[in-house]
Design a protein around this ligand. Structure first.
Ligand code: F6P
Length: 394
């Protein structure tokens, strides 16, 4: 019989210990924890860099964080909360503006974002994946100078199978005249390039709930302490390594990809024996927010490129509330975000729910993909994707 080197615990070595006791009784030993800053403390310290700031911005971010905590709780209850499954048509429609079926939690999360942020006088308006038109702040509340754009529950196709989902948000400054006039917001107010974002972030509802945030000064990650109900700064100044051996793409779309994408993926798949000279690993969670988090933690490249699957859709992901906020986070962490051809954050949006090809992650890989797009088309014979060994031959 083949011997194994796996070491197992001996039954007599499993003794009671204070940490296991604490975990079982739901009390983490506070004394063992490092003294992390809270999100509130972090925001107050950031604000000290801007002595003239009114505090509206911080107040808005704390309201967004509270919305994320409420959604985290709803997600965590799963079936017990009665919130899984499709949204009932009679309760406001079951297909969103994208033509996608809405889940109960999509609708609930959208409402939570609105209710938690509309009242405080910090917002001029909101836009969301789940709403056809911009949301007007109700007349009983004051209006403010910021615009909030969000995807309340990204990856919601994964909810029913208990795989990580998240909320993505972006904060823009409203045009000054518009903010002063207190008029209703229009679609045009939101059509600002990603480089205009004053903050962006996401909450990831995974094994732990995390809030990852940029206010334009790097990227900071906070872990929700469920006993305190506070986001604690556990991942200060996150940085994406420039190189990677991991990529993420929905390979079932391979026959619709453009040649530069096929070439890149083929070279990765060729591994050590190909032009890259190293093996690559592939991942696909189908929750962009979870893939972005993995890349922020350990590098990698994510692609949902423009393809020929549906001529009416120049890409799958949405520019204003998916690609731009994640793009800003990635760039603030030293990575790169692109359409494949041009920097994502420079794209001038043309409509609220615009879709776009997305490539982001480790800087050197994204630049390579951009180079492949920029290079004049080579003759088929030169292209590894047409070699015999290609996995993605048409
Ligand atoms: O845009 C929503 C989303 O769920 C993303 O989070 C994810 O990357 C993508 O769609 C998954 O798409 P597909 O179903 O093609 O894998």
């Amino acid at each position: 019989m083949r011997s194994t080197s796996v070491r197992r615990l001996r039954p007599d070595s499993i003794r009671p210990d204070p940490l296991t006791d604490a975990l079982e009784t739901n009390h983490m030993p506070l004394t063992n924890r490092p003294q992390y800053s809270t999100l509130t403390q972090f925001l107050i310290e950031e604000r000290r860099r801007f002595p003239s700031a009114s505090g509206d911005f911080n107040a808005l971010l704390l309201d967004v964080a509270l919305a994320c905590k409420a959604i985290a709780r709803a997600v965590a209850f799963g079936e017990l909360g009665g919130m899984l499954g499709q949204h009932a048509a009679q309760a406001g429609g079951c297909v969103n503006v994208q033509g996608e079926t809405q889940k109960k939690l999509d609708v609930l999360s959208n409402n939570v974002f609105i209710r938690r942020t509309e009242w405080a006088g910090n917002l001029m308006g909101m836009a969301s994946e789940e709403m056809d038109l911009p949301y007007q702040i109700p007349a009983q509340y004051p209006r403010g100078k910021y615009l909030l754009v969000f995807d309340p529950l990204d990856g919601s196709g994964n909810i029913d199978v208990n795989v990580s989902v998240g909320s993505i948000f972006s904060i823009l400054r409203a045009n000054r005249d518009a903010a002063d006039s207190r008029r209703d917001v229009t679609e045009a107010d939101f059509l600002q390039a990603g480089s205009c974002q004053v903050a962006a972030g996401y909450a990831l509802y995974g094994p732990t709930t995390m809030l990852v945030l940029t206010v334009g000064n790097g990227v900071n990650g906070f872990t929700l302490d469920p006993t305190l109900g506070e986001f604690m700064l556990t991942h200060p100044q996150m940085q994406i390594p420039a190189d990677t051996q991991e990529f993420a793409i929905n390979a079932s779309n391979a026959r619709f990809w453009e040649l530069p994408v096929k070439r890149y993926v083929d070279e990765c798949l060729a591994g050590k024996t190909g032009v890259r000279g190293k093996d690559f690993n592939m991942r696909w969670i189908a929750s962009m927010v979870a893939e972005a988090h993995r890349i922020l933690m350990r590098g990698g490249v994510f692609m949902y490129p423009r393809d020929s699957k549906d001529a009416t859709r120049p890409g799958r992901l949405r520019l204003l509330y998916e690609a731009n906020p994640v793009g800003l986070l990635i760039e603030q962490a030293g990575g790169r975000a692109s359409t494949g051809e041009v920097p994502m954050l420079g794209v001038r949006p043309s409509s609220l729910h615009q879709r776009i090809g997305v490539v982001f992650g480790s800087r050197n890989e994204v630049e390579r993909i951009e180079r492949y797009h920029a290079e004049p088309a080579r003759s088929d014979a030169d292209k590894p994707l047409f070699c015999e060994r290609s996995l993605f031959r048409n």
